[in-house]
Design a protein around this ligand. Sequence first.
Ligand code: NAD
Ligand code: DAU
Length: 399
Amino acid sequence: MSAPGPASRLLITGGAGFIGSCYVRDVLARRDGTRITVLDKLTYAGNRANLAPVEADSEQAARFSFVRGDIADPEVVGPLVAEADAVVNFAAESHVDRSILDPTAFLRTGVDGVHVLLEAVRRETERAPAGGRRAEPRFLQVSTDEVYGSVAAGFSREGDPLAPRSPYAAAKAAGELLARSYHVTYGLDVVITRGANTYGPYHHPEKLIPLFVTNALDDRALPLYGDGMQVRDWLYVADHAGAIDHVLRRGTAGEVYNVPGSHPVPNRDVVAQLLARLGKPWSLVRFVEDRPGHDRRYAMDGAKLASLGWTNRVAFADGLAGTIDWFRANEAWWRAARSGEWDAYYERQYAGRLASADAVPADVAPGAQAAADAEAVPADAEAVPADVAPGGNLAEKEA
Ligand code: NAD
Ligand code: DAU
């Protein structure tokens, strides 16, 4: 087993997406000699523009190459893995709502694609002892807190049972279980990360924060699912990418590492904060029909990652403010992301919901009324535990 050091050759699959491109930009910006090849299919979510800062810097561009292709295609994957010291797999269909509309691509990339990558890593692992290559490649599978399912109380630990509840989460669970099985059965050097809800610059506008920021900038309605009291633990994208790199370099083969955020908070409060930063009114919010099977709460224990020496750096208030400023300054980027198939998707996902949405009752506006809002959860909804009330701090919760 050998974790990659500086000046290694990394194959980054899905490296033109939101988190993968942050990883590529941040690692190359260290100028430590690391060489990166990105393999990306450039689905609707993949964007070469996310890698423009790398390609515009001649020193970084010399250590970077891009291949457009599918991780489920063995002909493309084989030669790239043969050249790599490590593979970090970010590639996935990543949006829960789209997995509900049609799970097919989620399974193709999340299960078949991961299988193709693992077979290529297995071939290279078998070549190493015979001197066919300098060391066995390490494989890092980027997974998600959604594999634990909805967590009514407390914090998920890495050994907890997996209980995915959407096609997206089930595909992610399948991918990481397959990766772990290749470690156990064939001795592959596999590590797995389970990240929390990530936000930041270059986030595709289909997701909550960028959707609401870009809609609000255009004074369009903000479709908040259900009662808006679902809790997500927000993780700044550079912290997520940094944690993944930390596990790649220091993680123990065969192990899984939670990557929690630093701000568990109900969606309503996130929306209130972003509207305040934008100077836009709460009256833009529409409470719409809920996501089917909507997970009520995610929360992970980060002790195992902390014991490897990793801590998040960006507080939510700072990260959110910087993210909103980035979207304000990069209108061309997000307008391009909201083109092509966007209108058809938006119509399918939101037209019916928005048409039948009630106007927002004044008494559920958040801010000073956040505590009162927490009381306003419908009778059939799970209660939000008191320890994840707005303003809660994960670090202060039970370990
Ligand atoms: P994203 O949708 O922004 O990017 C995914 C990238 O993968 C895109 O560039 C896309 O073109 C590429 N891709 C998709 N299918 C491919 C295929 N078959 N072959 C090659 N490339 C393909 O996603 P993201 O938000 O950056 O998430 C990256 C990874 O992190 C995913 O595995 C996701 O499950 C995981 N994750 C995301 C979050 C989050 O909050 N965004 C949190 C935890 C884990
Ligand atoms: O928790 C990690 C996961 O976070 C990742 O594995 C996924 O790839 C990533 O997409 C994200 O999943 P979520 O479903 O939590 O993120 P999303 O931004 O879609 O939704 C966040 C919350 O906001 C969720 O409770 C649903 C709600 N929501 C979302 C949208 C898009 C709304 O209320 N309205 C919306 O229009």
